[in-house]
Design a protein around this ligand. Sequence first.
Ligand code: PLP
Length: 390
Amino acid sequence: MTTSKRLEGIGEYYFSQKLREIDDLNKQGKNIINLGIGSPDLPPHHDVIKVLQEESSKPNVHAYQNYKGSPVLRKAISQWYKESYNVDLDADTEILPLIGSKEGIMHICMTYLNEGDKVLLPNPGYPTYRSAVKLAGGECLDYDLKEENNWAPDFDAIEKIISSGEGVVKLLFVNYPHMPTGQLPDKAVFEKLVNLAKKHNILIIHDNPYSFILNDNPVSLLGVEGAKDVVIELNSLSKSHNMAGWRVGMLCGAKERINEVLRFKSNMDSGMFLPVQLAAAKALSLPTTWYNEVNRVYAQRRKKVFALLDLLRCEYSKSQAGMFVWAKIPGGYKDGYQLSDEVLYNASVFITPGGIFGSAGNNYIRVSLCSTEEKIEESLKRVAALQVLV
Ligand SMILES: Cc1ncc(COP(=O)(O)O)c(C=O)c1O
């Protein structure tokens, strides 16, 4: 059977392939420690689980749900945005709950892109942006982020990309705290993004799932004056509330944008299980002690990850946000893939090569904080025992 044309050039997602290889190595008895993937290993708050249990035992919660999501969840999202980011969102018209923000990236591309429409993407950046744009028939244009520029977009370079290419740039994806570099958001950069979008009539998609992880000052791009005219923001409970497998995210923006995306999304899925939505609402109302506790654990783990990176002679910034540490590989390695393979095959520890996030990540690796301190310590021992490091 031939696959559709739209799948041409779209490979299986890197982690989906790599996890299979790790599985095979484990079957051979290797006991790989996976410091690759950003899936929180800790559970959600017990009150969140309690709501799911209680609600799902009721007889009247099992039907299809409203395509725009439960009003209870939309209200909770609106309050969370006000309390966390000081952003006002109308719970009835400016919020669309999503089955995960990854899915939202696809909905947005399918809603706005025609064949050949251009989209600016961060390099390095989350690989899903690229595949979603391609699947929707769009054309990807990279804007490079560089360490010497604090991983901020180079606005002059972006202006050149916009004015030199044929066809219209319709969307621009951006994400701070940035994955994979951990770079924090910057107010001036945010304001420039909004100005750029207004000048060129570009819709900016700000992907904001990491604002509560190892970051004292969560911000939303929607907090910039006038941003609602040109910005859609995606957010998620996957990382901040340890609910990655629950698949709960949200899309926030002007009423018109919500209705446009809903035209696509309501033909794709039929909403989320109501008890999941009610439990998500509970999660969003947790006090700040929840975030403090999550961050206490990540901060402890991060100290050990720093020690691991020191052993590998990598360089890194200590003020990164999010659940990873991004680090530059030492001279002697061709790229992050070589270092990652060496550590995987010789020390049975998996670390993500930075190149999977784009060519600008080639000389970097990314270590996840989603493993216990014991596992990170064990990785340290295994890497310390390695004789063959370049
Ligand atoms: C930058 C970024 N955006 C979005 C997502 C997807 O999150 P969700 O679980 O809400 O789909 C991830 C997950 O790894 C991510 O790293």
